[in-house]
Write a protein that binds this ligand. Sequence first.
Ligand SMILES: [Zn+2]
Length: 82
Amino acid sequence: MKHACQQASQLTSDSFERKLSWLERIRLYTHLAMCKLCRSYNHNLHIMHDIFSGMRNHEHLPKASLPETSKAQILEAIKKER
Ligand SMILES: [Zn+2]
């Protein structure tokens, strides 16, 4: 993994725990604009975050943020990783 990619993935996971500064957001989004790999990583992370926070906190989630089929696919992929 390239250094810039590592930084981008770090910022992505940080963004779930705290609010990123504008500088960090710019850094992240300019990287995502150029890097296909990190874009899909970022996308998947957001989906997984939605699912896991949905598990913990079901009532507060907006309904149907993700189609059921892709949810099942992702959960299947997670199971395979283990
Ligand atoms: Zn990258």
